[in-house]
Design a protein around this ligand. Structure first.
Ligand SMILES: Cc1cc2nc3c(=O)[nH]c(=O)nc-3n(C[C@H](O)[C@H](O)[C@H](O)COP(=O)(O)OP(=O)(O)OC[C@H]3O[C@@H](n4cnc5c(N)ncnc54)[C@H](O)[C@@H]3O)c2cc1C
Length: 288
């Protein structure tokens, strides 16, 4: 088992891995793609490059650097996280466990533009099945999404709620859905309910009565994952202290997912700080 799992292989995650590996910690880094840097064609405000460097080049070099120092690099999309004595990180390809976890998945959460959604957040609209399923015991709920993350959330809900409908909002499914889950591909128009969610309205004028809507678009973001563990979040950011620890011991966050300045320099600093905290934690646990 690794000493630490770093979720995200952008500048924050890789920077953390450089410190943990060099401190002798067994380190596993999980990432699905290049993150925000892939979209940055030219970076010229990061220290040490006399000429502009592409985001792609920075990612490539960072990955190579971490691998050379001994980090185990896993390409996978993480869909769930839980705590069972250790942090359990559930990916599409497999599950990893470690006593410490650094969330560094950037700021990628997709929020749907759906009329009525914002007003009903916390009043029938949820972003975390494992946190809120209990409130919808035996009730009809829906999951908004069409990929692996949406399926994961639907499967969390299934044993608790009355029924689960997967709303793809006109998108094609990218995963196979078990028959217990109803799939509805109609395009969505708005959410209804005051003060709590009562139905979803489709663009064709029809409606579906539901008590809960779980948003699981695209890939699970850091805040989605942090919430599953009960960590404090503020909007789309994970709340951390100056050591980069979240409100949960052993759970750290770094980079764009903690909010503030979204820049490589800040991500690299926060990754280094999170790693330094994890190194202390792991060494103390090994001594005890
Ligand atoms: C167009 C553009 C231009 C930019 N230009 C600059 C610039 O000039 N200078 C500068 O300093 N900054 C720039 N930035 C910002 C910079 O790219 C980010 O601040 C930086 O990449 C943040 O690093 P991060 O490690 O926090 O997140 P990211 O770089 O986004 O990395 C997140 C990582 O998490 C992984 N991940 C996410 N979700 C999952 C999941 N569920 N399972 C597995 N892995 C997951 C991704 O695969 C990725 O590896 C730019 C950003 C953009 C979009």
């Amino acid at each position: 088992m690794p000493d630490v799992i770093i979720l995200g292989n952008g500048p924050a995650g890789i920077s953390a891995a450089l410190y943990t590996t060099r401190a002798g910690l067994k380190t596993t880094v999980i990432g699905r793609d290049g993150g925000a840097l892939l979209k940055a064609h030219k970076i010229e405000n990061y220290y040490g490059f006399s000429q502009p460097v592409s985001g792609e080049q920075l990612i490539h070099d960072g990955l190579e650097q971490a691998a050379r120092l001994g980090a185990e690099m896993i390409t996978d999309e993480v869909v769930g996280i839980s705590y069972e004595g250790d942090y359990v990180v559930e990916g599409k390809q497999g599950t990893q466990r470690a006593p410490a976890l650094i969330l560094a998945t950037g700021s990628s959460r997709s929020t749907p533009r759906l009329q009525g959604l914002q007003k009903l957040e916390g009043h029938g609209v949820s972003y975390c099945a494992v946190c809120d399923a209990f409130f919808y015991r035996k009730k009809a709920v829906a999951v908004l999404g069409s990929g692996e993350y949406a399926l994961h959330e639907a499967m969390e809900l299934l044993p608790v709620v009355g029924s689960v409908t997967l709303l793809t909002d006109g998108k094609e499914l990218t995963v196979e859905i078990p028959k217990e889950i109803t799939v509805d591909k109609r395009a969505l128009a708005s959410l209804e309910g005051d003060p709590v969610l009562s139905a979803v309205q489709f663009k064709d004028g029809s409606r579906l009565e539901i008590s809960g809507l779980f948003v699981a678009l695209g890939v699970a973001g850091s805040t989605d994952l942090a919430r599953k563990l009960g960590a404090e979040t503020n909007g789309n950011s994970i709340v951390v202290d100056s050591t980069m620890q979240s409100s949960i011991p052993g759970l750290y966050a770094a980079g764009d997912c903690t909010g503030g300045m979204m820049q490589v320099a800040k991500a690299v600093y926060e990754g280094a700080q999170a790693a330094t905290s994890v190194i202390k934690l792991v060494r103390a646990a090994k001594k005890a």
